[in-house]
Design a protein around this ligand. Structure first.
Ligand SMILES: Nc1nc2c(c(=O)[nH]1)N[C@H]1C(S)=C(S)[C@@H](COP(=O)(O)O)O[C@H]1N2
Ligand SMILES: [Mo]
Length: 199
């Protein structure tokens, strides 16, 4: 494969990259609800449902063969740690528009993950050019605890939107708060505005 160009998340270029209330860490903490799922990639399926012309299901070989991008981004966790300069590689979310036709009344996407986890995004946030389905982190496949085989990475929002162990997408007209968004976290989650909690 040709070395694709790196997409720089725009925060990387800010003079001050640390959002208010955050502390920089060099570690990579592991955070999630429940236990780490054991995923067999031979059984894994990625589904696209909801407001699309035709639902689609990809197996892991088909998903892994999609054109990939490389993204350099910062991580901001709502629990106040931030980690700079993370390299991710995988299909850009923009590839979804080539796989299915999204109906014009779709306004939000519900990202589904193993164990009934969900997170919700506006289509505008979901299709930002630095959002991707990461297969690799720092040139190696994701580890189980960080989301193997596929995790979403949404660099410009708090890290809870970056669902690990992704299994599919559902396009909807009306927004549906996801797992953390229903448990007190903000519906949007912009770290620069400290959109941490819903009230
Ligand atoms: N499937 C799933 N993805 C998830 C979560 C979860 O509970 N389940 N938690 C989120 C939260 S709150 C955070 S902070 C990040 C942590 O990712 P990491 O363990 O790779 O640091 O994963 C996010 N993705
Ligand atoms: Mo989190």
């Amino acid at each position: 494969m040709l070395e694709s160009d790196i997409i720089y998340s725009p925060e990387i270029l800010r003079a001050n990259r640390l959002p208010p209330g955050q502390k920089l860490t060099g570690r990579f903490p592991v955070l999630h609800f429940g236990s780490v799922p054991k995923i067999d990639v031979h059984q894994w399926k990625f589904s696209i449902t909801g407001l699309v012309d035709e639902s689609l299901e990809l197996n892991f070989l088909e998903f892994a063969a999609l054109k990939r991008v490389r993204v350099l981004s910062d991580i901001h966790c709502v629990t106040t740690w931030s980690k700079f300069d993370n390299h991710w590689e995988g299909p850009s979310t923009s590839i979804i528009k080539k796989l299915v036709e999204i109906k014009p009344n779709a306004k939000h996407v519900i990202v589904h993950a193993s164990g009934n986890f969900t997170t919700n995004l506006s289509l505008a946030d979901f299709f930002e050019p630095d959002v991707l389905f990461a297969l690799n982190y720092e040139d190696k496949p994701l580890t189980a605890e960080h989301g193997y085989p596929v995790r979403l990475v949404v660099p410009r929002l708090y890290f809870w939107k970056s669902a690990k162990w992704v299994t599919g997408l559902e396009f909807v007209e009306e927004d549906i708060p996801g797992f953390w968004e229903s448990s007190g976290y903000h519906n949007h989650g912009d770290p620069w505005r400290e959109e941490r909690h819903s009230n």
